[in-house]
Design a protein around this ligand. Structure first.
Ligand code: FAD
Ligand code: NAP
Length: 337
């Protein structure tokens, strides 16, 4: 186990803020997880797991040990006439894994193409896009429980997956995910109900969608609409879409007929947070090094290498203005340190 000291986190997260970590190590085996946590416990120093840093904002130096997840490997465990069971190392790149499955014609995660990050982080906030969530294909998650110092295997129900959340997000830093088991479908049911996907498939005259056609449509939509973190600092959607009661929804829609909302149950509506932020006048606004992205106001962008606290303060201004205008409290999706 090699521990480096006083390491810059700038290249290790997609906002690119120039904060430092006191200690840093790479994790390329399950043994390395145990050893590193043991080291942190003996030193009585905090720790955090870093995948590719695409959902994290550092607002100050991290005075502890950063464990960069690099456990690799995609292993086929079982194949039946209709399904394929795969075990994937937590450090594998998510999009690489999606394309690996797409090229074999295995369906289930094609709508989740081009999401940055590692496979091990996918269960953390139950990544989702275009009507599909990681939980739809996850069978088991193997993780190191830092409270009991043991590896455990959790089934789908144990993971308490919800909308952009899970047990792992609720009990931040307790579990270190080492691998994830997925079930992919050989005759998948395609999820094309999202307007943008329908539109692209229609433009391409794709009457019989395939795993590959959907992945390509998603890649096209995302490339056109979202900022590339390699070119401009961001962590995707900064806020979660809030949910409100039907009664409150009816009050809002009467006042704002253009409000974008989707029913979740008979009594609960999901409101497009991007619409609320845009309605408060934030779309395209820049203050110092930070801005609200001009093509999608749910994304906060970082133009230079300014401090992370500027991004946090900007997000707080957005929260307060949405609260004032709509009486809705936005919750940050990005993990703040
Ligand atoms: P990190 O940012 O490194 O970590 C995120 C959190 O997970 C941290 O709390 C970290 O401690 C924890 N963590 C990471 N790995 C482990 C592990 N192995 N064990 C335990 N804890 C761990 N998200 C979506 O859901 N849908 C989208 O469509 C989407 N689009 C995006 C588009 C862009 C342009 C960007 C920049 C981000 C987008 N995101 C999206 C957010 C992000 O890509 C996902 O949340 C992704 O899963 C983060 O992976 P990561 O490896 O970068 O995690
Ligand atoms: P969009 O298509 O402009 O839609 C705006 C919002 O409306 C989305 O947040 C989406 O909710 C919701 N929505 C749209 N069509 C829907 C439908 N048919 N049924 C239910 N809800 C619907 O969104 P976008 O910003 O371009 O993003 C496209 C997809 O990628 C979304 O699923 C989004 O979550 C995902 N994405 C996520 C991140 C992130 O960092 N978390 C970043 C970029 C994109 P949902 O968000 O619940 O799907």
């Amino acid at each position: 186990m090699e521990i480096s000291e006083n390491i810059s986190l700038q290249a290790l997260h997609s906002f690119g803020c120039n904060e430092k970590a006191s200690y840093f190590t790479k994790i390329d085996s399950v043994e390395a997880i145990e050893k590193s946590i043991q080291w942190a416990k003996e030193k009585n120093t905090p720790y955090l797991i870093l995948g590719s840093g695409s959902n994290i904002l550092f607002t100050k130096p991290f005075e502890g040990l950063v464990l960069k997840m690099e456990i690799m490997g995609i292993k086929k465990l079982k194949e039946t006439a209709s399904e394929v069971f795969l075990e994937v190392g937590a450090g594998e790149n998510w999009h690489y894994f999606v394309i690996y499955c797409v090229q074999k014609g295995w369906g289930g995660i094609e709508n989740l193409s081009l999401i940055p990050g590692t496979v091990g982080a996918a269960p953390i906030q139950n990544i989702g896009a275009y009507g599909v969530e990681a939980k739809d294909c996850i069978e088991l998650v193997t993780a190191y429980d830092t409270q009991t110092s043991q590896f455990i295997t959790l089934n789908n129900a144990d993971c308490k997956f919800g909308y952009r959340t899970s047990l792992f997000k609720m009990e931040k830093t307790r579990y270190i995910i080492s691998s994830v088991q997925f079930i992919l479908q050989k005759q998948p049911i395609f999820r094309t109900e999202y307007g943008a996907i329908k539109e692209v498939l229609h433009q391409k005259n794709n009457k019989q969608p395939s795993v590959e056609a959907i992945a390509n449509a998603v890649i096209q939509i995302r490339t056109e609409k979202l900022p590339d973190p390699k070119k401009i600092g961001n962590a995707g959607s900064f806020f979660k879409n809030p949910t409100i009661t039907k009664d409150f929804y009816e009050v809002l829609i009467a006042k704002y007929p253009k409000l974008i909302a989707y029913p979740i149950t008979d009594d609960i509506y999901k409101i497009a947070a991007g619409w609320l932020i845009e309605a408060c006048g934030w779309k395209g606004i820049q203050k110092g090094n930070v801005g609200c992205y001009e093509k999608q106001s749910l994304v906060i962008v970082h133009y230079n290498n300014g401090p992370g606290i500027e991004i946090y303060n900007f997000s707080e201004e957005i929260i307060q203005s949405v609260l004032k205008q709509f009486d809705i409290l936005l919750e940050r999706e990005v993990i703040i340190y």
